[in-house]
Ligand binder design. Structure first.
Ligand SMILES: NC(=O)C1=CN([C@@H]2O[C@H](COP(=O)(O)OP(=O)(O)OC[C@H]3O[C@@H](n4cnc5c(N)ncnc54)[C@H](OP(=O)(O)O)[C@@H]3O)[C@@H](O)[C@H]2O)C=CC1
Ligand SMILES: CC(=O)N[C@@H](CCC(=O)OP(=O)(O)O)C(=O)O
Length: 342
C-alpha cells in the first residue's frame, strides 16, 4: 500500500498538475480529490488529460473528506486552505500550493492580501541554503509562488556570495495558466494572442514581499525588489529576467564561479553552458529550472535569467519535491527533468 495523498482543488490547473505528477509517482496512491462548486462532478470533465482518473468523482473540500490521508495537497485560492489545514492532525503532511503560509511578516501579508495572516510554514524551496534540512523535519510545507521560485533561483547565488547590491529589478513573463482557470476578460484567447502586456506594475504585485523575504534571508540584509510581471501568449512557463548592481571589483569569472558552486549537484536546477540562455520551452512539463547569468560591465549590473514551467517546478513539481524530503523519500523520486516539445 502506497502513501495515500488527497488533492484539494483537483479541478484547477495546479490540482490537475499535482494529480499528473502523483499518478506517475511510484510511492503515492491517490485518495480523495476535492473541489468547490464543481464537487459532485467527474474529474474527467475538468482534467480530460488524466485518463486513468477520469471517472473519479470530486468530493466537497472539507476536513471530513481530507481526513485519514498521509499527505494532503492544497491547490485552492489563497485564504481557503488555512481554516481546513488547522483541523488536520500532525500525523498528516500538509502541503499548501497557495500563498497562505508563505510570508513571515503579518504586516506584509495584510498589506498585499488584505486579510488576516494565517501563519508561517517552512518554505518549500529545497535549493535555498539550509532549507533541505528544514524540509526533512516538517509536516507542513508552504509551496512558493511561481514567480518567486524563478526569481529566488535566478538570484540567490549572487546574494549568497555577496557580489550583488541588495537592490534588485525583475521583469518576468508568465503564461496564462499562472492566473488559474477563473474566467477573466484579459485572459480570453483573443485578448492574449499576439500581445505581451504588463500588469501589477509599481510594487503592488503580491509576490514582491515573497521575493524580498527569500533574497533577504540569503543575503543577510534587507533586499528590495522592483517587480514587473508580464503576461505572454503561452499557456505555461515563466521567464524571469533579474538584474542587480554588481559589487565593486566583481569579474565575470567570479560571478560564474558563484553560480556554478551554488548549483553543483542540484538535481533540478541547471546553470546552462556559457552563451546559452534559458527559454520556457526547455522546461515544459519538467521539474526543471534553467539559469544563466552574465556581467553587464557597461552598466555594472549582474543579469540573471531563469526559466521554469509555472505549473511544474513553479507549483506541483516543487510541491512533490519538498513532500519527498518531508516523507524521507529520495528527493527526486517521481519527478523528471525531461520536458515536452514543441
Ligand atoms: N496556476 C499556477 O501557476 C500556480 C498556482 N498556485 C496556487 O495554487 C492554487 C490554485 O491555483 P490554480 O490551480 O491556478 O487555480 P484554479 O482556479 O485553476 O483552481 C482552483 C481550485 O480551487 C477550487 N476552489 C475554488 N474556490 C474554492 C472554495 N471556496 N472551496 C473549495 N475549493 C475551491 C476550485 O474548484 P471548482 O472547480 O469547484 O471551483 C479549483 O479546484 C492557488 O492558491 C494558486 O495561488 C501556485 C503557484 C502557481
Ligand atoms: C499570469 C498570472 O496572473 N499569474 C499570477 C501568478 C499567481 C500564482 O499563481 O501565484 P500564487 O500561488 O501566489 O497565487 C498572478 O500574477 O497573480
Amino acid at each position: 500500500m502506497g502513501i495515500r495523498a488527497a488533492v484539494a482543488g483537483a479541478s484547477g490547473y495546479a490540482g490537475g498538475e499535482l494529480l499528473r505528477v502523483l499518478a506517475g509517482h511510484p510511492e503515492f496512491e491517490i485518495g480523495a480529490v476535492t473541489a468547490g462548486s464543481n464537487a459532485g462532478s467527474r474529474l474527467g470533465e475538468h482534467q480530460p488529460h488524466l485518463r486513468s482518473l477520469a471517472d473519479r468523482v470530486l468530493d466537497p473540500t472539507s476536513p471530513a473528506t481530507l481526513a485519514g490521508h498521509d499527505v494532503v495537497f492544497f491547490a485552492l485560492p489563497h485564504g481557503e486552505s488555512g481554516p481546513i489545514a488547522r483541523l488536520l492532525g500532525d500525523e498528516t503532511l500538509v502541503v499548501d500550493c497557495g500563498a497562505d503560509f508563505r510570508l513571515h511578516d503579518p504586516d506584509e501579508w495584510e498589506f498585499f492580501y488584505n486579510s488576516p495572516h494565517a501563519g508561517t510554514w517552512p518554505y518549500g524551496l529545497p535549493e535555498l541554503p539550509g532549507q533541505r534540512e528544514v524540509l526533512r523535519r516538517t509536516n507542513r510545507i508552504a509551496v512558493p509562488g511561481c514567480y518567486p521560485t524563478s526569481v529566488a533561483l535566478a538570484l540567490f547565488p549572487a546574494m549568497m556570495a555577496h557580489i550583488a547590491e541588495p537592490d534588485v529589478v525583475v521583469v518576468a513573463a508568465s503564461g496564462t495558466s499562472g492566473a488559474g482557470k477563473g474566467l477573466k476578460t484579459s485572459l480570453l484567447g483573443s485578448e492574449v494572442m499576439g500581445s505581451v502586456s504588463a500588469y501589477g506594475v509599481g510594487g503592488v504585485h503580491r509576490h514582491t514581499p515573497e521575493m524580498e523575504q527569500s533574497l533577504s534571508a540569503v543575503a543577510g540584509e534587507p533586499v528590495t525588489v522592483s517587480f514587473t510581471p508580464t503576461l505572454a501568449p503561452m499557456s505555461r512557463g515563466i521567464l524571469a529576467t533579474c538584474t542587480a548592481k554588481a559589487r565593486p571589483g566583481l569579474t565575470a569569472d567570479r560571478l560564474r564561479q558563484a553560480y556554478a558552486a551554488a548549483y553543483d549537484g542540484e538535481p533540478f536546477v541547471e546553470l546552462l553552458p556559457e552563451g546559452t540562455w534559458p527559454a520556457t520551452a526547455m522546461t515544459l512539463g519538467a521539474n526543471t529550472a534553467l539559469v544563466q547569468v552574465a556581467l553587464d560591465e557597461r552598466a555594472g549590473r549582474i543579469v540573471a535569467v531563469a526559466a521554469i514551467d509555472n505549473l511544474a517546478k513553479g507549483t506541483a513539481g516543487g510541491a512533490v519535491q519538498s513532500a519527498n524530503l518531508a516523507l524521507g523519500l529520495p528527493e527526486t523520486v517521481g519527478l523528471t527533468t525531461i520536458g515536452v516539445a514543441p
